[in-house]
Ligand binder design. Structure first.
Ligand SMILES: Cc1cc2nc3c(=O)[nH]c(=O)nc-3n(C[C@H](O)[C@H](O)[C@H](O)COP(=O)(O)OP(=O)(O)OC[C@H]3O[C@@H](n4cnc5c(N)ncnc54)[C@H](O)[C@@H]3O)c2cc1C
Length: 404
């Protein structure tokens, strides 16, 4: 198998690199923005959109240049390499706006797609609830019709970026008599609507990237419905399917090479760390796994390059990469001994890179599908093993046992 760029891909990469070299700002923050950092990220997004590098595979009708998925991957790789990938627009452009494009009326699409593409407005995804994460169809937030509006009550949780988002898509329960997958309805919502309260959740890393969002008698006009009443499960699946297309950013935290860089300056006991057999064994394991991930990823890229869509096997990358990154970080912190617990970038080796990896990775192992859920997907849909037994499929939602 040949993993090099085709001549068209190489030409596109050269064009992207030249543009980035001429236009890219210094590194941008990935999370927890101050208003100044958010402004810098929005400016960069606007510049990308004007040059045709935002949402490269989107049709011209939606403001994209109508490029290929492979061109999108190439751009993401080059942007990622320069530390310019930010998390601020990914949920909106990768998941919410494609859902708006698929299900909203023409006026709504025209109103929202352009501003989101140019980074003028940010969107969040209000799906998870305290008792509905992996089992998304268990949502309890209710929407009750009242005239031309729906009145929404309930609680969402883990909503990334809700504290700086202008709009969101929210999945609600509209029919408790139907089985759980058949009584959901999706809406788009203005995050400044009366009755919405956003409470940031403090993380152990010191950041507050996600939030609890409370809905108290929030009125959502029926015109903001996405898809048919009680058809929200199908609409959610469109949102979640689009997540897969974000493939191609590259990088990832499983950085054994950086570990070796750190280890070069360290001793363990009287020995240089790199001469220590325990570390050498780990580095060898990480190398093998990294090569495995690279080649699995190359398979997905090859499928994209041929115009195919990568399948459920892309779940493998996240399970392996997140676990390995955590393992590398733990090992680096161990090696630093007492200095390992200092995460202050001003005094910690490598500006606390491994400490921040250690504090952030548990989240990555949960977001977008936990390790266990992804393993189930790999077992059922890649390896063809028998599926999980589902006893709640045809039972009305109101009759399902619940904690409270
Ligand atoms: C960093 C981060 C960002 C997030 N951003 C968003 C966001 O923007 N919007 C949003 O809506 N949500 C967001 N989430 C929420 C995320 O989607 C959920 O946390 C995730 O789906 C897991 O759900 P849960 O937390 O309810 O855990 P649960 O589903 O309660 O799972 C608890 C444990 O049980 C295991 N488990 C559950 N079911 C099974 C099963 N059938 N088989 C085997 N094991 C099982 C799980 O793997 C897990 O280990 C975010 C989460 C994180 C960590």
């Amino acid at each position: 198998m040949d993993f090099s760029d085709t001549s068209e891909e190489a030409a596109y990469r050269a064009q992207v690199c030249a543009w980035l070299d001429a236009n890219a700002p210094d590194r941008l923050p990935r999370t927890a923005p101050t208003s100044e950092q958010l402004r810098a990220a929005k400016d960069w997004q606007a510049k990308k959109a004007a040059a045709g590098y935002a949402q490269i595979s989107w049709a011209k009708e939606w403001g994209g240049p109508g490029g290929t998925t492979m061109q999108n991957v190439i751009y993401n790789q080059e942007e990622g390499r320069r530390g310019l990938a930010t998390g601020f627009f990914g949920i909106g452009l990768g998941m919410c706006i494609p859902t708006v494009i698929a299900f909203a009326d023409e006026v709504t699409k025209k109103r929202f797609v352009g501003p989101a593409l140019r980074g003028e407005e940010i969107w969040c995804q209000l799906f998870s609830e305290p008792a509905a994460g992996s089992d998304l169809a268990a949502v309890r937030t209710s929407a009750v019709p009242d005239g031309d509006d729906w009145v929404v009550n309930g609680q969402k949780i883990w909503t990334s970026g809700a504290h700086y988002s202008d709009y969101g898509i929210v999945v609600t329960r509209t029919n408790r008599d139907a089985p759980k997958h058949k009584g959901l309805t999706m809406f788009w919502v203005d995050m400044t609507s009366p009755g919405i309260e956003v409470r940031p959740i403090n993380q152990m890393s010191g950041e507050s990237g996600f939030n609890e969002v409370f809905f108290t008698d929030v009125r959502i006009p029926d015109g903001q419905r996405l898809g048919a009443v009680d058809n929200g499960w199908k609409v959610s699946l469109v949102t979640l399917m689009n997540e897969r297309l974000s493939i191609g950013g590259g990088g990832g935290g499983a950085d054994y090479a950086r570990f070796m860089e750190l280890a070069r300056g360290q001793t363990v006991g009287d020995e240089p760390a790199l001469a220590h057999s325990a570390f050498r064994e780990k580095i060898a394991d990480w190398y093998v796994r990294t090569e495995g991930m690279k080649h699995t990823r190359m398979r997905s890229l090859t499928a994209l390059s041929r115009g195919e869509t990568p399948g459920p096997e892309s779940s493998i990358g996240k399970v392996v990469a997140a676990l390995q990154a955590l393992n590398v970080a733990e090992c680096a912190i161990d090696m630093l001994d007492a200095y390992g617990i200092i995460d202050d970038p001003e005094i910690s080796p490598m500006r606390g890179a491994f400490q921040s990896l250690f504090l952030g990775m548990p989240g990555l192992r949960i977001a977008g599908g936990t390790d266990e859920i992804l393993r189930n997907i790999i077992a059922e849909r890649v390896l063809g093993l028998p599926g999980e037994i589902r006893v709640d499929k045809d039972v009305a939602f109101k009759d399902l046992p619940a904690g409270r």
